[in-house]
Design a protein. Structure first.
Length: 310
């Protein structure tokens, strides 16, 4: 296969590129390095089947490929709230440009959507038929609504042009190659704990998330891409085991043997109070579910950040 991975130098994208290369595919990694890093793909660049192009997908691109993974977009609130216009353009214009590549090549295309399409959910856990509770003009809406719009465009291309599409909704994912500066809770907590700095919790800390290890998620992404053409999605991918931010902080402090304490500050605007996937469809249609426990995944993640921080 000739495979285009948009956002391939990012956290998820670089792990996906590694998997595809290991399976013998030719990989074209397209990334503008806004939040991705060439250090994530340094080893891959030595492989003759890997090619990197520094390109912004809001600008059309013409390539010959068999499959397309669209992972291009800042996924951390810290990044996308700094550049909301660029984030929306990446979600919408980027999706259109890659769908045009799909249409011109007859290539299957996968959209990496997000649990953020559910907003601050009123239904719990979240199923794929839930339409969500999103603030369309809030500080997170460039990402939330951008991803919702991208899903709309994907299904419109599917209906109008019979494109072979896949849409997966990714819940919180963590693991090696996360940026220590991305503002996500696990990277924040682990880097602070390793440096014996306070762990900052926004609000009461009773808000919950469910964390999926990156290896499990990428396995699911590959399964989704290569599933029956009758399966378009959207399908939730994540770990259905919830943990509160208070309990997560305590767990990381214990695992790192840190001297850190926990401090609470004001809650973030539009921050979801609960987030947990119903993965019944992924289990039924793809025989996928996460295998890595939070403890085992954190061991690997802590080891990565420990080495990164020296």
């Amino acid at each position: 296969m000739k495979v285009l991975v948009a956002g391939g130098a990012g956290f998820l994208g670089s792990h996906l590129c590694e998997l595809l290369i290991s399976k013998g595919d030719e990989v074209l990694c397209v990334d503008n390095l806004h939040t991705g890093s060439e250090s994530n793909i340094a080893d891959l660049k030595k492989n003759k089947n890997f090619k990197f192009i520094n390109h912004d997908i809001t600008i059309p691109i013409n390539v010959d490929v068999d499959q397309i993974y669209n992972l291009a977009c800042p996924a951390s609130p810290f990044y996308y709230q700094k550049t909301p216009v660029e984030t929306m353009k990446t979600n919408v214009l980027g999706a259109i440009n890659l769908l045009e590549v799909s249409k011109n090549n007859g290539a299957r295309i996968l959209q990496a959507s997000t649990s953020e399409v559910y907003g601050d959910p009123l239904n719990h856990p979240q199923t794929e038929d839930y339409w969500g509770n999103v603030n369309p003009i809030g500080i997170r809406s460039c990402y939330d609504e951008g991803k919702r719009c991208a899903e709309t465009i994907f299904f419109d291309y599917h209906r109008q042009y019979s494109l072979d599409i896949k849409v997966m909704r990714i819940f919180n994912t963590y693991g090696p190659k996360m940026s220590p500066l991305d503002g996500r809770v696990i990277s924040n907590f682990v880097t602070s704990a390793l440096q014996n700095k306070p762990l900052t919790i926004y609000g009461s800390g009773e808000q919950t998330r469910s964390f999926c290890f990156v290896g499990d998620l990428i396995d699911g992404m590959f399964l989704m891409m290569n599933s029956s053409g009758a399966i378009t999605g959207p399908i939730n991918f994540g770990n259905p085991i919830e943990i509160s931010m208070n309990n997560l902080a305590d767990k990381i402090i214990m695992m790192t043997q840190s001297k850190s304490n926990v401090v609470h500050t004001d809650a973030l605007q539009d921050d979801p109070r609960k987030r947990c996937p119903d993965i019944s469809l992924a289990i039924r249609d793809l025989h996928w579910k996460p295998k890595t426990s939070l403890t085992d995944g954190l061991v690997s993640t802590i080891k990565y950040f420990s080495k990164l921080l020296g």
